[in-house]
Design a protein. Structure first.
Length: 224
């Protein structure tokens, strides 16, 4: 079986080209208690955990998705929000990261104002501006407790070249939206990286300029 669970052998599998499942590392960053663990459970397992403990270090969850006929393994790093539980891990979070999901709690303004600090940490760890980043406002089901207006969040997201998703890990009606957060990133990564391979063929050894792939109408092929 190919590493990462490539295609099961077909009738004449010896002739089948060797298909390596690509793995995209996506880290989920934000204050403690904003719902990072619940969001990753919802995406990877389709459920909302009844009870969660504060994450210590990091928890890994994976989900294999199919995009335009290619199986891609999305490896989600659910990081700790509490300083005392993340100290020795931060370098590992950012090493070879492919995409970043910043999460705040729409019912806690402090978790939104702290985003500056999380973005700063990301920059300090030399995460390239080419690495796609999205902003997620979680716990939108708590309608009467919302403290962060959408307009404010949108302005912040635009200023940092991020898409904004306002959702709820808890509300089952929102599970499609939670799914689209990660699928959008996976699509952009697929487009970005296949472009890289094509460029490598054409001009090996020269710097590559990466842009998301565009379809015939110049529209980005990504659903988001
Ligand atoms: N109402 C509501 N509660 C949520 C939602 N997502 C998470 N919670 C609750 O918020 C609390 C914290 O959720 P976690 O996912 O453990 O938070 P975390 O960001 O992983 O916290 P750390 O691991 O400490 O960084 C738990 O009690 C969850 O049940 C949501 O969408 N809506
Ligand atoms: Mg957690």
């Amino acid at each position: 079986m190919a590493a990462g669970g490539g295609r099961p052998p077909g009738p004449d599998s010896s002739l089948e080209p060797y298909v390596q499942t690509r793995i995209f590392k996506i880290i989920v960053i934000g204050d403690s208690n904003v719902g990072k663990t619940c969001l990753t459970f919802r995406f990877c397992g389709g459920t909302f955990p009844d009870k969660t403990e504060a994450t210590i270090g990091v928890d890994f969850r994976e989900k294999t998705v199919e995009i335009e006929g290619e199986r891609i393994k999305v490896q989600v790093w659910d990081t700790a929000g509490q300083e005392r539980f993340r100290k020795s891990m931060v370098e590992h979070y950012y090493r070879n990261v492919h995409a970043v999901v910043f999460v705040y709690d729409v019912t806690k303004m402090a978790s939104f104002t702290n985003l500056k600090m999380w973005i700063e940490e990301c920059n300090v760890h030399a995460v390239s501006p080419l690495v796609p980043k999205v902003l997620v406002g979680n716990k939108c089901d708590l309608k009467d407790l919302i403290q962060v207006p959408s307009g404010m969040a949108l302005k912040f997201a635009d200023a940092h070249n991020m898409l904004l998703f306002e959702t709820s890990a808890k509300d089952p009606k929102e599970s499609q939206n939670v799914e689209s957060i990660f699928m959008c990133l996976a699509c952009r990564l697929k487009a970005q990286k296949s472009l890289l391979y094509r460029d490598m063929e054409k001009r090996p050894g020269r710097a590559q300029k990466l842009e998301p792939s565009r379809d015939a109408h110049g529209k980005s092929a990504c659903p988001c």
